[in-house]
Ligand binder design. Sequence first.
Ligand SMILES: *[C@@H]1O[C@H](CO)[C@@H](O)[C@H](O)[C@H]1NC(C)=O
Ligand SMILES: *[C@@H]1O[C@H](CO)[C@@H](O)[C@H](O)[C@H]1NC(C)=O
Ligand SMILES: [Mn+2]
Length: 446
Amino acid sequence: MKLLTSILLSTLLSIANAQFIPQEFISGYADSAIHSLELPVTFIDSIFGDIINTPEVTLLKKQKVYSGEISIPEFNQVQSSSLHQYYKSKNIEFPKKNYVSDIIENEELYSGIVSFAHLPVQKCFQNFNENIDIAIVGAPFDSGVSYSPGARFGPNGVRQGSRRLSGGISAIRGNTKESKLYRLPIYDTGLRMVDCGDVPMIPFDSRIALDQLYRGHHAIHKHNSTEKSKNFNKTRVVTLGGDHTVTLINIKSAYETFADDDEGLAIIHFDSHIDTWDPKVLGGAVTKYASLNHGTFLHYAAEAGYISKGNSVHVGIRAPFISDNDEVHDHDCGFEIITSKDVDTLTPRGVGQKIKEIVGNRPVYLTFDLDTFDAGMINSGTLEAGGLNSREIMTIIDELEGIKLVGCDVVEVSTPPNTIGNDITGLYAAQVIDGLLGLMVVTELD
Ligand SMILES: *[C@@H]1O[C@H](CO)[C@@H](O)[C@H](O)[C@H]1NC(C)=O
Ligand SMILES: *[C@@H]1O[C@H](CO)[C@@H](O)[C@H](O)[C@H]1NC(C)=O
Ligand SMILES: [Mn+2]
């Protein structure tokens, strides 16, 4: 007990004696006597700097005044405990008023006009002689949903969710150290990646809206890539959706730009629903107008010849089929199916390898419906239980390294106003895009 008391006492004493003399104070009042003092610096002081004008410091200053080491006016100047007064007395130098380089160059992750991953914004629907390797574009449209609307706000939600992406090296990109994705700073490889903003899509007539989207994509595809792109001489487009209907247009424009024969593009379709529904089964029994929607667009893509049959696959399927004929019809459209439970047996890396076997060397379009994620994680047009988590998705996507990705999208990102969870929905969608951009970048490097 006695020992404890004496430890306590000596601790208290040492705190009381601690000479919290600010370095600025000492140098500001240049006096060799003060300079020569051996001043203990605490650990916290060594990080934050000294505490200004604590009672101990004031006391010490008074002693210096009495001993004539500093003058009364100098003491008065610094005795205020206000930081403002302190800085005023010290004449801390701020930059001259015309100096702006720190303001121009040092954007914080949460500041600035919101573009995807802080990429430069470019007017891509014009100025076709400005070369672009990868173009991000929003498709704010949700007139084709059968269940929850809100994806017209998706492009904005994804961009908000992408604020923490940009420079830097992901600690977990690439599934092995041998992967070219491993430690690849994908936004800083010399490829020109830009955000084109959104294609304005009228909400009142889907025919006009989808035609607007088509002309937007067509304009972006007029740009050539830069010399840095090894395998692609045209701009590749990454679309932020938008309900899944927009993918029909995305695939059409990618097909017209990149298909190397009449065989169509290999489609990798992440979704909990097959989306190849016969329009007679979903919507179209009523009117023709109703027949194209977010559950039938792959039927139309197959009919148009955009899909490479036998080289295309759904991943994450778990939602109910509507009719007995759905599976047969889906197979006729050219797809194989990997269900959400297949991820349990194959493992995420095994799923990635199986997808690669299916698509082979064909040019690939990848479309990602956010409802691939489990319903508990995101908001989307038609939520389903039994889904995948974000780490599984990241591993599957990284395992696709080497595929010839000619275009991709993330759709059904539902982030309507005043809705709880939008931040996470946007974050997850942005993370998927980040993974897909990795796949687009990695094949272009030496
Ligand atoms: C793209 O490249 C082709 C071939 O070099 C060239 O003929 C064409 O004018 C270029 N297009 C644009 C918009 O620069
Ligand atoms: C563009 O790329 C395709 C496919 O790689 C190639 O066949 C074609 O010759 C290229 N065109 C130009 C103008 O370089
Ligand atoms: Mn879908």
